[in-house]
Every structure is written in structure tokens, then in C-alpha cells.
Design a protein around this ligand. Sequence first.
Ligand code: DOR
Ligand code: ZN
Length: 344
Amino acid sequence: MNTITLLQPDDWHAHLRDGLALERTVPDLAKQFSRAICMPNLVPPVKTVEEAEAYRSRIMAHVPEGIEFDPRMVLYFTDQTSPKEILKIKKSEHVNAIKLYPAGATTNSDNGVSDISKVYAVIEQLEKHQVPLLLHGEVTHNHVDIFDREKRFLDEVLSPLMKQFPGLKLVLEHITTSEAANFVLEHDRNVAATITPQHLLFNRNDMLVGGVKPHFYCLPILKRQTHQQTLLEVATSGNPKFFLGTDSAPHSKNAKENACGCAGCYSAPTAIELYAQAFDQAGKIDRLEGFASHFGADFYGLPRNTSTITLVKEDQIIPESLDYLDGEKIVPLYAGKTIQWRKL
Ligand code: DOR
Ligand code: ZN
């Protein structure tokens, strides 16, 4: 198959940042996806429906002419989030979910939840109103090995949470391990997961063998190849509980190539082609449309898109870098490398 046509895909997990960054990130994402869940980990974070609407307007101001893009917004869960805010989400036109970062887990997560058992009153409202809880599923204790943090989250935080709130609708974001994939498989259809292109295409050897490659560093960190294999299996299985979420997360070249480099891979400009590459390598390109264009919308209770895109099997070289902010550069995921798919 050298050409495939898909319903327009959506990205159910992306970081656009704010201010000048939007000049780069919004056009890149809007050219690829019809809708995107815009993550709220700004400084300061997006904590209320009102703040989310204001952020959405700033995003909309950067959508290129002639392109339709519908940013779907998410609130940032803090220790102070009011249970009343959940009903506001339910009634809002543009806000679809709330994102829980365990405090300290990743970029701009300092205002995240310090102890999930302290916010059960809010989670009760989420379950009641069927508002999705989006999870950065890693524990943050210093003594827990970075490669074990997702598994420990499942055992120590998520399993007890699911026992307490069995009807909770949740997305385990950017899963990286077989344990997370199995957790999703073992629960009913209220429990779903997003998977990034980097976790399908790469493993920790790509990041660490032959020198440290900071542009592969993201959180949760790339795991060993057996986990990559499981993620490929579930993503290409046709199971609607697994869908596309790039976690495209821009950081300038200087911030990545640094003694203390930031976590995040910038995949937005060629995201759908990167996924096509992964699905094709697995011999499952025919399963891309469900993963990229059907299952996320179905989970969120939003209509599927109606327009289509076409991908051709044709080499393209990912640029070495792109302009970012005022005179800075950003290095996209797999920069300088050739992939076999191109979006028309
Ligand atoms: O690698 C990551 N980058 N993981 C996250 O969870 C956050 C993101 C970011 O905002 O840079
Ligand atoms: Zn993210």
C-alpha cells in the first residue's frame, strides 16, 4: 500500500506552551490535526474553565488562515481544585478533562497534586459527571528508580483509586510499559491510554547507546525494547482503548542540549508520518486510522471528523532544526533522519 487516506486525525495530548511559542507550535500542530487536547502545564498553570477559555483564545489567534483547528482544553489539577469546577467542565463548550500531574513528576508540575488521597472529593465529582481524568502516571519519590516509576504508580496509586472509584473515566497518558498496557487491557472501557510516536519507534538504547541523545529524553522515559514491542502490539491491535497522543513537548535546542536537559520530544510537524512509519514497520498500516482518527473521539464522546488526509509512502527528511521563540531553534523528533511517509 503506497497511498492511504484516513479521516483527519486528532492529537489527544499535546503541549503548545504560550506567548511567542504559539507562533511555532500552533501552525505545526494545526497542519497535522483537526483537534488537539492542549495540556495545561503553563507557568502559571491553567486551573479554571475561565483560564482555559482565555488560553484557547490565545491559541486560536495563531491558527493559520484556511485551516480549521479546534483546541480542546484541559484543567490542571492542584491540591486546591474545587469540586465545583468539575460541573463547570461538564457544562463548558471547549474544556473536556482535567490533568493530574503528581507534584514534581515532570515539566511545570510543581503545582500538581501532592497526595491523591487528599483530592478524592474532586475525583468523586469526576466519576459522577463522567469527566475524564488524564493521568501522568509516575510516582515521584526520590528512592524509586526512574525506569520503575510508571509501574509503581499503577500498583500504589491507580489500583487503589480504581477500587475506590470503579466508574471513573480515565486516560493513562503516554504509556511506556507492558504493565501499563496490561492495566488498560484488564479494565473496562472507561480506562484508555494514549501512546506517543517516540515510545512506538524508539527504546532506551536509542537514547543511551553510543552517547547520550538528549532529543530522545522525555518523561516517562523511554524503556527497554520489550516494552516498545508491547506498545506497538496494543497500538496496532485495533483495540479502541489505545489512541493517538503525541505528547509533542517543545523545548528550545539550548534547553535540551544542556547539562540539565529538559524532558520532551517535539514531534508535531511530522507526527502522523512518524506514526505511519511505526504502524507500517509493524505491518499494520491498515490499523492507523482507528488509532489516529476514531478511537480518541469516541472515548471523549465527540463526533469523528469528516474530512480526510492522504499519506504517501515517499521518503522525507525531517529538518535538523526549526525556528523557535525569538531567535532560538528547536530540534524536532528524529531530526535529520529519513522517514518513509509523507502527508500530502
Ligand atoms: O517529556 C515530557 N515533557 N513529559 C511530560 O510529561 C511533560 C512534557 C513537557 O511539558 O515538556
Ligand atoms: Zn505531556
